[in-house]
Write a protein that binds this ligand. Structure first.
Ligand code: ACO
Length: 330
């Protein structure tokens, strides 16, 4: 079988206009700007007001990415939406397809929490690699503010809302150089947003479970230890598969969970701080949106240039984690 190369040719991002800084948050729970900033690097987060939908924010990011790639929405073959917070549990990718007018594209959701963008990048790449599709839109978007317990100071300080998108295209030159993906469901209880059924009797013989999803629960220290150990390992494996070394990486774009995690992972990989992209201070942890949001800002500010080698990694609930090495641009 002949295989096709993959190029990442466009990016876009969008966040809700509403924001809440750490001082505002300290009116809600017992915390302080100093505690949050020193432990996480986060200073504010953007939050969706009630009328904002995931589809709206995702579509805004998508249209930017499509324009940067020089395509029209009608050129898209496939749309993958990485999210854990769909507007509709049946999936929200089709709503993006309709909203942006990508009439030819098939669309589906992919759920892998904060690893969703990296898992989506690899999934999208396979459709191009096999020659099935030529133009793919990958969106990472989450509105976690709808699922956070705003009375729990251990978690509510961390999360924000947003969307990021990239366009992947078939190319003579292969720019997706290597990847590695991992899951470990045995540690699922460290971080989840779980459905909790309550018995509902339909007839004397038939009882089903009908309940609701409960807000995010997290063992912060477990997740911290997991990330600092597993993320450097998975980046190294992806680098090995890409036939690259850490000193050949121009930019490290990790899932924006916590500045301390970014610093520790970069330290273990011996990648200097000036190569580490961070926008945590402004957005907090936006889950599946965080990597493409950081990438898009770095591209638009002129930091990331065509041909630069990027190491990216996602990690989070599942547990899931994964890394991909790619060169930006055509
Ligand atoms: N303000 C003030 N005090 C706080 C706050 C807060 N917001 N949160 C916790 N504390 C207190 C605790 O009550 C505790 O007090 P105690 O000793 O009197 O009981 C003390 O601070 C220490 O609490 P820890 O939970 O041990 O705090 P830690 O230093 O571990 O920092 C943090 C917490 C920032 C959450 C850290 O564990 C972390 O970053 N973990 C990684 C979490 C993460 O990145 N998750 C997302 C990744 S996956 C995904 O993206 C979905």
């Amino acid at each position: 079988m002949t295989t096709t190369g993959i190029a990442i040719t466009g990016s876009g991002s969008a966040v809700p206009s509403l924001s809440l800084d750490n001082h505002g948050l300290s009116q809600l729970v017992e915390t302080s700007d100093d505690w949050i900033t020193s432990r996480t690097g986060i200073r504010r987060r953007h939050l969706a007001s009630p009328e904002v939908t995931l589809g709206q924010v995702a579509a805004e990011a998508s249209l930017q990415a499509i324009a940067m790639a020089g395509l029209d929405p009608g050129d898209l073959d496939l749309i993958i939406l990485a999210t854990s917070t769909a507007d509709d549990l049946f999936g929200s990718a089709s709503q993006i397809q309709a909203r942006i007018g990508a009439t030819r594209a098939v669309a589906f959701d992919l759920t892998a929490a904060c690893s969703g963008f990296v898992f989506g990048l690899v999934t999208a790449g396979q459709f191009i690699r096999t020659g099935v599709y030529q133009n793919v839109l990958l969106v990472g978007a989450d509105i976690l503010s709808r699922w956070v317990d705003w009375s729990d100071r251990r978690t509510c300080i961390l999360f924000g809302d947003g969307a990021g998108a990239v366009v992947l295209q078939g190319s003579d030159r292969d720019r997706l150089l290597g990847f590695e993906l991992k899951s470990d469901g045995s540690q699922n209880s460290s971080l989840n947003l779980a459905y909790q059924p309550e018995p509902k009797t339909l007839t004397p013989d038939v009882t089903i479970g009908q309940g609701r999803f409960h807000p995010i629960t997290m063992n912060g220290q477990d997740i911290y230890r997991f990330a600092v150990k597993k993320v450097p390992e998975v980046v190294e494996k992806a680098l090995f598969r890409a036939d690259r070394t850490a000193d050949q990486v121009d930019w490290l774009i990790l899932h924006q969970a916590n500045q301390r995690i970014l610093d520790a992972v970069a330290g273990r990989l011996k990648i200097p701080p000036e190569k580490v992209i961070s926008n945590l201070a402004e957005y907090g942890n936006t889950s599946a949106a965080s990597v493409p949001l950081a990438l898009d800002e770095a591209v638009r500010s002129g930091k990331v240039r065509s041909g630069d080698t990027i190491a990216t990694a996602g990690f989070g609930a599942g547990l899931t984690w994964g890394a991909a090495i790619f060169e930006w641009g055509r």
